[in-house]
Ligand binder design. Structure first.
Ligand code: ATP
Length: 234
C-alpha cells in the first residue's frame, strides 16, 4: 500500500533522514521505533507531505505521490495524527471533529461524527467543551477521531502515547488495534517499543536517520540485541 524508497529529507543543511526504505502492507500495523531525534517524525512528515524529500520516492496504492501537498494526500487516503496532537484548543470538541471532515462533500459526515462519538464516548459527553480543556488522553482520542473523519486508508500516528499515564496508554493501543481490525492500515511511530511491537505486524528501527533493523514484530520483540540496543524502555 505504501512504499518509501531511498527517501532522504533535510532541514537546510541538516540531513535528518537518509535513504530510508519502508513498506506498509494493506491491512497491517507497521511501527517505526527509535530514540529521540533519530528521524521518526521527519519520516512521518515526509510521507504526509509536510516535508518534501530531497531524494527518493513515496508511492501510495501504486501511485507516485512524492511531493504532493498534505491536503492532496488526505484526499488520496493518508491522514496524520501529529506528535503533540494539534488539537484546536479554542474550538469545541464537535468543531474539532467537523474540521476532520472539512474537505468532504458526501452526506455521511454527521453519521460518521456520531460513529466516532460512539467509539470515544468521552467525546460525546464533552462535545460542547473547548478542545483545550480536555486531558492529554482525551485530546489524543480527539486527534485520532478527527483523523478518522478524513476516512483514511492509511492512518499515520506519531507518538500517540507520549505524555500519557500507563492506563490511558493501554487504552490508546487497544483503540489502535480496533481501528486496524476495522480495516484501516496503520503506520505507528513510538518510543514505547514493547507496546507498539505487541500490536504491530512489522517494525523498523531507526538510528541517526537510517533504518538499522527491520523485521516481523513478533521476531523483533524476541531479539535481545534489538531490545537492549534500541528499545530499552518499558
Ligand atoms: P522525536 O522523538 O523528538 O520526535 P524523531 O525521531 O521524531 O524525534 P525528528 O524530529 O525527525 O526525530 O528529528 C530528526 C533530526 O532532525 C534531529 O537531529 C533534529 O534535531 C533535526 N530536526 C528536526 N526538526 C528540525 C527543524 N525544524 N530544523 C532543523 N533540524 C530539525
Amino acid at each position: 500500500m505504501l512504499k518509501v524508497s531511498g527517501v532522504s529529507t533535510s532541514y537546510g543543511k541538516i540531513q535528518a533522514i537518509k535513504n530510508i526504505d519502508l513498506h506498509v502492507e494493506q491491512g497491517s500495523i507497521v511501527t517505526i521505533l527509535g530514540a529521540n531525534g533519530v528521524g521518526k517524525t521527519t519520516t512521518m512528515k515526509t510521507i504526509a507531505g509536510l516535508l518534501t524529500p530531497k531524494q527518493g520516492k513515496v508511492e501510495f496504492m501504486g501511485e507516485d505521490v512524492t511531493g504532493l501537498r498534505p491536503d492532496q494526500l488526505v484526499r488520496k487516503g493518508i491522514s496524520l495524527v501529529p506528535e503533540g496532537r494539534a488539537i484546536l484548543s479554542n474550538m469545541t470538541v464537535l468543531e474539532n471533529l467537523e474540521m476532520g471532515a472539512y474537505h468532504r462533500k458526501d452526506k455521511e459526515i454527521e453519521q460518521d461524527i456520531e460513529k466516532e462519538m460512539e467509539r470515544f464516548p468521552i467525546l460525546k459527553e464533552r462535545q460542547k467543551q473547548l478542545g483545550g480543556t480536555l486531558s492529554g488522553g482525551q485530546q489524543q482520542m480527539l486527534a485520532i477521531a478527527r483523523a478518522l473523519l478524513t476516512k483514511p486508508k492509511l492512518l499515520l500516528l506519531d507518538e500517540p502515547s507520549m505524555g500519557l499515564a500507563p492506563l490511558i496508554v493501554a487504552d490508546i493501543f487497544k483503540i489502535i488495534k480496533e481501528i486496524n481490525q476495522a480495516g484501516t492500515t496503520v503506520l505507528l511511530v513510538e518510543q514505547n517499543a514493547r507496546q507498539a511491537l505487541k500490536i504491530a505486524d512489522y517494525g523498523y528501527v531507526l538510528e541517526t536517520g537510517k533504518v538499522v533493523a527491520s523485521g516481523k514484530a513478533s521476531e523483533l520483540i524476541k531479539d535481545p540485541r534489538i531490545m537492549e540496543a534500541y528499545l530499552g524502555k518499558k
